[in-house]
Design a binder for this molecule. Structure first.
Ligand code: MF3
Ligand code: CO
Length: 348
């Protein structure tokens, strides 16, 4: 039924979940171990597209009077030359900095915003219809139909073999739940609907929690605190500071409220690919990880658990992640652009 996109999705074969799984993490499944090591995004295609080179460690190879690498049409010296010098200074001082391929141009940002319009329309549409008695298969249908009607492609569909257009994760399901007819929503459930869209090659990604009917106070608090974690993270998206500054604040807020944060799966750069560098942790330390540099686009999407941070993966479907102790987990996700002044939320 989803045949139209089959070919396109198969063109790109990457390591599963590239960019979302932390270095050296091992997620135990019930019976098997998956996902050993660092799952890197294959950036070749993107790098060719931009024809950019990693200049930061060495001498600046760009001609002062040549057109800027960012595609603005301006001369390099009047455009990104000073910016590159600043970046190089930070790198020499020992910071991890992004290379040019991770920095979005104005055209990229416009493209991502159009993609995000579809993504947010999907989540709005789900919000209108979601109710007790609904199988998660119906959420998949709403997302698929809304996306296609608006001219987009659901990014999860056929992504590394993922069979559906959206992830639906209920209660103790942490993420990557697969919509089907068997998961029927009932009063008191909390569910994360994680939606991602491709439009004209630009990727958007956001997720929201929905409470089905009346939920317990403790579940409601988990959902609310997780949203606060994202808001606190967003406030810490300040250019030329570290991702670890942001991640540590997210973590601290969860811990202060008696919760834990999933370590092995995190956020990611995004825009020209679904999962780009950097991996974005929400259990990181201040002053560590990549510098947040204007032009970077990444997600803030902590998975906050009521109990243990330990997780395992479904051995049967190879996707769904659960809490080890069976206690509920919540997640909200936004997609953020780092700007000269601070940040701009592109998708929520
Ligand atoms: N939308 C998820 C994210 O936030 C990724 C889901 S990958 C899928 O990065 F294949 F499960 F859809
Ligand atoms: Co994401």
């Amino acid at each position: 039924m989803y045949a139209p996109f089959e070919g396109r999705r198969q063109e790109k074969t990457r390591d599963r979940l590239c960019g979302r799984i932390h270095t050296n993490s091992r997620i135990h499944s019930n019976g098997r171990i998956h996902l050993n090591g660092w799952q890197h995004t294959d950036r070749t295609e993107q790098e060719q597209k931009r024809k950019t080179v990693m200049i930061l460690a060495g001498k600046n190879k760009f001609e002062r009077n040549a057109p800027c690498w960012c595609g603005s049409g301006r001369k390099y010296k009047a455009c990104h030359m000073q910016f590159d010098e600043k970046l190089r200074k930070y790198q020499i001082a020992g910071n991890i900095v992004p290379d040019h391929s991770l920095l979005k141009t104005r055209a990229d940002v416009d493209g991502i915003k159009k993609s995000a319009e579809i993504n947010m329309a999907c989540l709005d549409a789900v919000e209108k219809e979601i109710a007790a008695g609904m199988p998660t298969e119906d959420i998949d249908r709403i997302v698929y139909e809304t996306t296609v009607r608006m001219g987009g492609i659901p990014a999860p569909l056929h992504y590394e073999g993922f069979p559906k257009s959206v992830c639906t994760s209920i209660n103790e399901e942490v993420c990557h739940g697969i919509p089907d007819t068997k998961h029927v929503l009932k009063e008191g459930d909390i569910i994360n609907v994680d939606c991602s869209t491709i439009l004209n090659g630009y990727f958007s990604d956001s997720s929201r929690m929905y409470c089905i009917g009346k939920v317990s106070e403790e579940k409601q608090r988990l959902v609310d605190v997780t949203k606060e974690c994202v808001e606190i993270g967003l406030k810490a998206v300040i250019p030329w500071t570290h991702l670890g500054d942001m991640g540590s604040k997210v973590h601290a807020h969860a811990v202060k409220n008696g919760y834990s944060v999933v370590r092995e799966i995190g956020g990611h750069g995004i825009g020209l690919e679904f999962h780009e560098d950097p991996f974005v942790s929400y259990v990181s330390e201040p002053g560590t990880e990549m510098l947040m540099v204007p032009g970077m686009v990444f997600t803030i999407e902590p998975m906050v658990n009521m109990g243990t941070d330990r997780i395992f993966q479904d051995a049967d479907n190879g996707w769904t992640i659960y809490t080890q102790d069976g206690k509920p987990s919540a997640q909200w996700e936004i997609q953020v652009l780092v700007t000269e002044q601070g940040h701009e939320v592109l998708c929520w």
